[in-house]
Write a new protein. Structure first.
Length: 251
């Protein structure tokens, strides 16, 4: 049994009887995701209890069992508007439990040791995920087109802005993805959009505002290596008609 300092949202491993606490590290106006991976090496699911503000009830998160560390993550979303402190505990009675976890947002983790933390090109180039991948970019104030592609069933990733998130799942199962999504408190769920698609790729549009956007995958290393993300600036497309008019002498 141990108490783990999780103030930087860093990648940690914890087991039965352990509690990881981020004490005062969540900011108002920001949305966070607690990403939990089952690393026990068996197919038994693990129960993680999330606590924070004493006025809010604890939330139980079930992290799916897996073999060879191949499973989806479970994600618990929490709003900094409701609590500045968040903790995750694995209760006794789960011998052999082993969970890897980190806190993701536009701010976290501030300690990216063990995380593949890299800038995302905005020129449409496909970039590959790895396990624990956090892409970041600061799109300018115009339209962009994004796409995630994977041939693996139920590949899942999360797009974070300052105070909202979109969960994108390609090859989504017919049963949906709500079983691995949880919410702490009452303010997080309205800020999260679930976007499951039944196909191998998901496309979406986004309008930049000069603020950072972050994309974090929530899948195993094996599944992540077959998935790519790309974001293409559409500025040239919108500028083209203006150039055509100028060339034709039209005001």
């Amino acid at each position: 049994m141990s108490a783990i300092n999780w103030n930087q949202g860093q990648l940690i491993s914890f087991g039965q009887g352990d509690t990881a606490t981020c004490n005062g590290g969540l900011n108002k106006g920001q949305l966070y995701g607690l990403f939990f991976y089952n690393a026990a090496g068996n197919d038994a699911s693990t129960t993680v209890v999330v606590t924070g503000n004493n006025s809010l009830p604890p939330v139980t998160v079930t992290v799916p069992g897996t073999t060879a560390n191949q499973g989806l993550a479970a994600i618990c979303f929490v709003s900094g508007d409701e609590t500045a402190t968040i903790a995750a505990s694995i209760l006794n009675g789960q011998p052999g439990a082993n969970i890897q976890a980190f806190i993701g947002s536009v701010k976290m983790p501030t300690d990216t040791s063990g995380i593949n933390n890299q800038g995302l090109s905005l020129n449409g180039q496909q970039q590959s995920f790895q396990k624990f991948t956090r892409f970041y970019a600061v799109p300018a104030s115009h339209w962009y087109a994004g796409q995630i592609t994977s041939n693996i069933n139920a590949f899942m990733s999360v797009q974070f802005t300052e105070n909202a998130a979109t969960v994108i799942c390609v090859n989504a199962p017919s049963t949906g993805i709500t079983g691995v999504i949880a919410y702490y408190g009452t303010q997080a769920q309205p800020k999260v959009t679930l976007n499951p698609v039944a196909y191998q790729s998901a496309s979406w549009s986004l309008f930049g505002n000069g603020q950072q956007i972050v994309w974090i995958n929530a899948d195993s290393v094996q599944n992540s290596q077959s998935a790519t993300i790309s974001v293409q600036s559409l500025q040239a497309l919108y500028a083209a008609p203006k150039h055509d008019k100028a060339a034709a002498g039209v005001a």
